[in-house]
Design a protein around this ligand. Structure first.
Ligand code: AMP
Length: 285
């Protein structure tokens, strides 16, 4: 496994093409490893970057306490046949950086975390420029982030192929996340209720679209409110729970059968996000 720690080293083209960049903030779990496997399955050499991006944290967020485990991460990557790792120094990455503004960042996580996606897109653009990958892999857990990166590629890096990996969950359905480390085992089981509620909503919405398509749109608000109440009753503070068009993140208007159910909650002061993209025309989950 080739470990690169500076942009200067990158100028000697250490990674063997074609390679796919997988940007991460470290503290790797099997959700991240799935991204690496996807790159390999698509015949790209996986190159993982590990960088806790200070630009994507708000002033009251968990930059300082964000879990870091570099030695273990490197072991895990090696065990999983990672081709390359880029671990830049903050100072070098941020030097003379071009600050970008993310599109659609007035919605969902962008609305709740002002500046977050500007920070994400600024760093991913920098990584693309210095690493020059043929492809990149991002996880569907961060649905809005995926849309924003696709936009960045369209605007500035058309040659980079975008690969999307499905959300990896634990045995109870909780979406894997480095922030789950803030929770103990029984809290993680409680937190997996988020996925159960999303799945329940999905079934109810699919049923409604089959039996009462005429009133479907007018019923959405009451379904959303009902589930928000149920979730709050279980001790979650709901930041948002929204039913949207997955192509635009605009309100769902039945332009297609695809609907995004997106949620962010605070649970024991930990911010957790999840989403499902459902096909209203299909009866399966
Ligand atoms: P992070 O280290 O949290 O910034 O995540 C790095 C990449 O891993 C992003 O593309 C995330 O969407 C992806 N990722 C994180 N958790 C998961 C998960 N549970 N399933 C799929 N992808 C994930």
């Amino acid at each position: 496994m080739i470990i690169v720690k500076s942009i200067e080293q990158l100028s000697h083209n250490p990674f063997k093409p074609p390679f796919a960049l997988i940007p991460t903030m470290g503290n790797l779990h099997s959700g991240h490893i799935n991204l690496l496997r996807l790159a390999i399955n698509k015949n790209f050499n996986p190159v993982v970057s590990i960088f806790v991006n200070p630009l994507q944290f708000g002033p009251n967020e968990d930059l300082k306490s964000y879990p870091r485990s570099l030695e273990r991460d490197l072991d895990v990557l090696k065990e999983n046949n990672c081709h390359g790792v880029f671990i830049p120094e903050q100072e070098e990455i941020l030097k003379n950086i071009e600050n970008l503004n993310a599109p659609i960042s007035d919605k969902l996580c962008g609305k709740s975390r002002p500046g977050h996606f500007d920070g994400v897109v600024t760093i991913v653009n920098r990584l693309f420029e210095v690493i020059k990958p043929e492809a990149c892999v991002f996880g569907a857990k961060d649905f809005q982030q995926q849309l924003i990166i696709k936009h960045l590629i369209k605007e500035k890096h058309r040659h980079i192929k975008f690969l999307s990996a499905p959300t990896q969950r634990d045995e109870n359905g909780l979406a894997l996340s480095s922030r789950n480390n803030y929770l103990n085992e029984s809290e993680k089981i409680e937190a997996s209720l988020i996925f159960k509620f999303l799945s329940g909503m999905s079934s109810e919405l699919k049923l409604l679209s089959r039996v009462n398509q005429k009133n479907f749109l007018s019923e959405l608000k009451s379904i959303q409110e009902k589930y928000q109440r149920k979730i709050e009753e279980k001790g979650f503070e709901v930041d948002y729970l929204e039913l949207l068009d997955p192509a635009t993140l605009e309100r769902f208007e039945y332009n297609s059968n695809k609907m995004l159910i997106a949620i962010a909650v605070f649970f024991k002061e930990v911010r957790l996000i999840d989403n499902l993209v459902i096909d209203l025309a299909s009866s399966s989950q």
